[in-house]
Design a protein around this ligand. Structure first.
Ligand SMILES: [Zn+2]
Ligand SMILES: [Zn+2]
Ligand SMILES: [Zn+2]
Length: 334
């Protein structure tokens, strides 16, 4: 057996911890020599994510030099090991109820097996302010699948970044806010959007996100528009240009208002649409990952899937009890 020792040549895995202190919280970084900073409960999560993002930006390297840091450490970050599979992505993971945050290069297989984790699109890190623009800016991005992937990645990111108990209604709002956010981290949701989501009458989901320190209401709100400031610094880099994100927000709105009624069925239909192969019309996911992204317990899923099938949104679904995989066929979005 070969013993692995800490190797400074291949870091690309960083961990910060939030520790309670007599008067607040301390952010402790395992990689910074003087890596402890005081913070408040309200700012703790964004401070942790911003610190991790700085480390990753300071260690950019070409894809062929990136390796699965999870495998390097014996795959102890996830319950079952399926064997590593490229490509390598950057994975954000939270443990101990948000007391510990880790950002690391991980292969696609390890990333998929890690609980409470989300793949961070690399655009986050290549947007470092001092880097000059290269000629690649003019490249046109594909439509259609691009929006679907953006929504899928945002759902995955929110599954990790929002507290586990966050309701489906609050998650629908958070997704819209994150995708519609301006460069100054403000999001405006019109009454029309809220009405489409059937969330125009209740302040509850907004309060939830406020209590989770994920957003803050702004006084600019009017009867026709809710304006909020987003406090999650990591979402700023999640998606590339704003028009692309707006298109993704509209795509998500259509998928979450296609006929399902109630926040849980709406969010579940959106989740299925975001994970459906657009050519085959079918998809496959893990039940527990879907439950986490939708803010429900896995036991809730079968009943709601039946409900979606009864409304005609879902053609068929099948859950495999051994692998805990869900397989489905969806009617195409109009
Ligand atoms: Zn650090
Ligand atoms: Zn692994
Ligand atoms: Zn791996």
């Amino acid at each position: 057996m070969r013993l692995r020792t800490a190797c400074p040549a291949t870091p690309r895995a960083w961990t910060v911890e939030l520790r309670s202190h007599a008067d607040g919280l301390v952010l402790v970084c395992r990689h910074c020599p003087h890596g402890s900073t005081r913070t408040t409960a309200a700012a703790a999560r964004s401070a942790a994510l911003a610190h991790l993002a700085r480390h990753a930006r300071g260690d950019l390297r070409p894809p062929h030099l990136r390796i699965c840091q999870c495998h390097e450490r014996g795959c102890a970050w996830h319950p079952r090991h399926r064997g590593c599979a490229s490509p390598i992505r950057l994975l954000l993971a939270r443990e101990h109820g948000g007391r510990l945050w880790r950002l690391a290069d991980a292969c696609t297989a390890c990333a998929a097996a890690t609980a409470q984790a989300a793949v961070v699109p690399d655009t986050v890190l290549t947007r470092a302010p001092l880097q000059p623009e290269t000629g690649r800016r003019h490249r046109r991005r594909p439509k259609g699948p691009g929006e679907q992937i953006r929504v899928r990645e945002m759902l995955s990111y929110l599954a990790a970044a929002l507290p586990a108990g966050t309701s489906a209604a609050a998650r629908l709002l958070a997704l819209q806010c994150a995708l519609r956010m301006s460069t100054t981290m403000e999001a405006r949701l019109s009454k029309g959007v809220l009405r489409s989501l059937r969330l125009n009458t209740t302040p509850g989901p907004w309060r939830e996100l406020e209590h989770a320190r994920w957003l803050r209401p702004l006084p600019e709100s009017t009867a026709n528009e809710i304006v909020v400031a987003l406090l999650d610094a990591a979402v700023l880099g999640q998606a590339p240009a704003r028009p692309d994100r707006m298109r993704a927000a509209d795509w998500a709105l259509r998928a979450s208002t296609a006929g399902a009624i109630g926040p849980v069925p709406q969010l579940m239909h959106l989740y299925l649409a975001a994970h459906t192969d657009p050519h085959a019309g079918s998809g496959l996911c893990e039940l527990d990952q879907m439950a986490r992204a939708c803010g429900v317990s896995p036991a809730v899923l079968p009943g709601t899937l039946d409900q979606l099938a009864a409304t005609g949104l879902l053609k068929s679904w099948q859950a495999c009890p051994d692998s805990e995989d869900l397989h489905w066929t969806l009617h195409a979005l109009s």
